[in-house]
Design a protein around this ligand. Sequence first.
Ligand SMILES: C[S@@+](CC[C@H](N)C(=O)[O-])C[C@H]1O[C@@H](n2cnc3c(N)ncnc32)[C@H](O)[C@@H]1O
Length: 348
Amino acid sequence: MYSDKFGRLMLGLCSRKPTSVVRSPAGRSAFSWTSVCKQRTLWLQRSACLEVRQHVLPCQISSARSASQTTVDPDEVKRFQSLASKWWDERGEFAALHSMNDLRVPFIRDNLLNMHRRRQPGKPLAGLKILDVGCGGGLLTEPLGRLGADVLGIDPVADSIGTARLHSSCDPDLCERVRYRACTLEELSAEGEGGEEGAGRFDAIVASEVVEHLADLETFAFCCNHVLKPDGSLFITTINKTNLSYALGIVAAEQLLRIVPSGTHDWEKFISPVDLERLLESNGFSVQSVRGMMYNPVSGSWSWTDSTAINYALHAVKLREEPQPDRAEAEADSPDPEYQAHAAAAHN
Ligand SMILES: C[S@@+](CC[C@H](N)C(=O)[O-])C[C@H]1O[C@@H](n2cnc3c(N)ncnc32)[C@H](O)[C@@H]1O
């Protein structure tokens, strides 16, 4: 998904007519994009009916989603474990993540400057504490540190954290401001308010190309809220759940051309901007902006686009809790069982 090779494939497929027939290298099987998209649309319509029923009962869907209460999918961890030494190869598997910095770093910087109005030339993010969730080898953590922020990068893959530490140690300017830990967001969140890095400690959280690899988004959103300060920012980049992302990311790359091993991407884990917004708002966030992103495989560069059909970036802000004495009293008498379950999970 992140390599130049995949980018070239995407461009090739995008430039095909939708009805064209693609032959396998062996020339045995024919494939119609139109029929894939039709089947996908039917399938989506059936899923939509299911979702409508689920939305009628938001509490039930929410409890079902948080049943596992861990964001970790062991298969994803295994996959990234096998790539842990490749992070800083700019022409390798993560080439597109390197070039994505051209969009995501200014997106994060400018939105934070709008929120915090800092003016320190050269180090505009000085004084801000940022948590980079799923930092991998630190491709995004490092540039945020160079902008002056104190950044903590976390990832459940210990070998990726090893690669990130080794790489940042080469730059003395980063030693003071960038740190890494091999842990999950829920573990950090469980450290509570007393800890230096636990609840309510961060001005911003970054989760770039991460949510599509998580086992439980409800737990992710809940813990993000828990570790952020009031008015703190959450930045997410991810992949939309559309026919196009299915056709390019799953059918073409995995099943037809076998450019990436079958099972690398789980389309079920992709999320649309609308669903992500709904999830965040139900966890105490207000979404400020959503922007489409487009990768040009020829130039290897990213640009902003009006379409969020494949990739997009989102900025949300944690809402301040308004004191509501009546409700607080009522909750003290009769605590919300869902909140208690989350809080217990976060503190265990
Ligand atoms: C596509 S990489 C993105 C890395 C980095 N954010 C970047 O853009 O350069 C996805 C990362 O998510 C991490 N990851 C997988 N499951 C995770 C979880 N439950 N919590 C945090 N990170 C996770 C992987 O180990 C991997 O480093």
